[in-house]
Design a protein. Structure first.
Length: 464
């Protein structure tokens, strides 16, 4: 009897490992570009790590320095990592031409702004980020009056050599040509083969030429107005099919960076508050959209605390880490869902419903199907799907609310509560996993029974 119990006990871990082995992920798989997610940090407004560089600081003045620095970012890397972000873009960290905090008034690309720290601080940041499997990208802040000269290229290469940064963000403004970008990209990628170049442009025109020149990602301006529609309730997403068609016309639509806010826009929260809306539910709708449509999600620091602000510089206020964590937790969940469902990063997209605040679309990749439902309305919404859209002997599992939907007469009756978004994945109809059932439930019950009977039998023996 004891031998039997011992064998069963040894078998349980092996059975459990066998049952879950098929869903274990390879954590060391190299990320494709569409699997990236970006957190943009305005260095001066994020976190103050060192008081020694707090000169000219006045947090009551929106045009003055507020004390944020590179050491402050190092101290919050786990905060960013835990939300699921894979890359960080830093606002320009170079020496400014004035006492203004505004990071785009660059005087010397070879020096770090003394308010932010030193080159050694930047090296430490890059190392700490790499230890967490994250990339550090510097915003170069190129403006239309500047030309990509040989000196500029040599300086850009020097920062790679000195600090091992992973990329640059460039403004693709008038005066910067694809030929200049090609010269820059060739030089930089000869230093580091997988070096990232992210381009910001006012439109999607001619982006394929810049892609051929070496730009890896582009800010996606097309859906911006539509995304802002989530700041109020009961409003259809504006020009959604045209937005998707514009993106699909590019050679690599998965390299587009989708965003809610940038340094040049009013905050999404500001729009919601102006409409007398609570910003958190509205932000959840917008975040769900950028995390589940083709492209790379980018979140401007402070979005996760519903940071408010109108026109620049009011839109880049000081970060507060002591606020409610509701949106932080939601971004973390969306990151996990996006990384676990390849259809959300690589799949096709098809509109199902776009009706006064209810948006439903289908993503599909190599047989995997997901439906995303965003209810940005004041009431519960209902819609139907059919087995023609989903397949026979299938069911839908919600990854946010954990709903399970099975068909009735070949029709799936879908219900999404107000202010709720859901990602439904199509699964085979649930069947009993007898191996798992046996290992998790039956074996422990049998063990308890054997032990009980064994003790009872030996306990009932009369002493001789």
């Amino acid at each position: 009897m004891k031998k039997m119990i011992y064998i069963i006990a040894l078998s349980i871990p092996m059975l459990l490992l066998s049952a879950i082995h098929s869903v274990a992920a390879d954590e060391h798989t190299k990320r494709n570009i569409e699997e990236e997610s970006i957190y943009y940090i305005v260095v001066d407004r994020f976190n103050n790590g060192v008081s020694a560089n707090d000169f000219d600081v006045d947090i009551s003045n929106s045009t003055a320095y507020h004390g944020g620095d590179i050491q402050g970012i190092i101290g919050r890397l786990d905060y960013v990592k835990d939300m699921g972000f894979t890359s960080i873009i830093l606002s320009p960290v170079f020496e400014n031409e004035s006492t203004s905090y505004y990071p785009y008034q660059i005087e010397n690309y070879k020096e770090i702004n003394k308010h932010y720290g030193t080159p050694d601080d930047l090296k430490e940041l890059v190392k700490e980020a790499h230890d967490r499997d994250m990339k550090i990208v510097l915003d170069l802040g190129i403006d239309s009056d500047e030309v990509i000269t040989d000196l500029f290229i040599e300086t850009a290469k020097w920062w790679i050599q000195d600090t091992n940064i992973d990329g640059y963000k460039l403004n693709l403004v008038e005066g910067v040509s694809p030929n200049e970008i090609a010269t820059l990209a060739t030089a930089l990628k000869s230093e580091k083969e997988d070096f990232l170049l992210i381009g910001e442009s006012r439109s999607l025109n001619n982006l394929d030429r810049f892609k051929e020149a070496g730009i890896d990602m582009f800010y996606n301006t097309a859906p911006y107005e539509g995304i802002q529609s989530f700041s109020v309730v009961d409003e259809a997403f504006r020009n959604i099919e045209m937005t998707w068609e514009q993106a699909q016309e590019l050679d690599s639509p998965s390299s587009l960076v989708n965003f809610i806010d940038t340094l040049n826009t009013v905050r999404f929260t500001y729009r919601a508050v102006e409409a007398n809306e609570h910003p958190a539910p509205r932000l959840k709708s917008a975040l769900t959209y950028i995390y589940t449509t083709p492209g790379i999600p980018m979140v401007l620091y402070g979005t996760e605390i519903a940071l408010n602000g109108s026109e620049p510089p009011e839109n880049i206020g000081l970060m507060d880490f002591r606020t409610d964590q509701e949106l932080v937790e939601y971004i973390t969940l969306l990151s996990k869902i996006r990384s676990g469902v390849p259809a959300l990063t690589k799949g096709t997209i098809e509109l199902v419903v776009n009706d006064e605040g209810l948006l439903v679309f289908k993503r599909e990749y190599e047989g995997e199907i997901a439906f995303v439902a965003i209810n940005n309305t004041t009431k519960t919404q209902n819609f139907t799907l059919t087995t023609d859209q989903i397949g026979e002997e299938k069911e839908l599992t919600g990854l946010i609310t954990e709903d399970l939907v099975r068909p009735t007469d070949d029709v799936f009756h879908m219900v999404v509560n107000r202010d709720v978004s859901e990602v439904f994945v199509v699964r085979d109809t649930t069947k009993i996993n007898y191996t798992l059932l046996f290992s998790v439930f039956i074996v422990p019950v049998l063990m308890v029974g054997f032990i009980y009977l064994n003790k009872r039998r030996h306990g009932n023996k009369k002493p001789e």
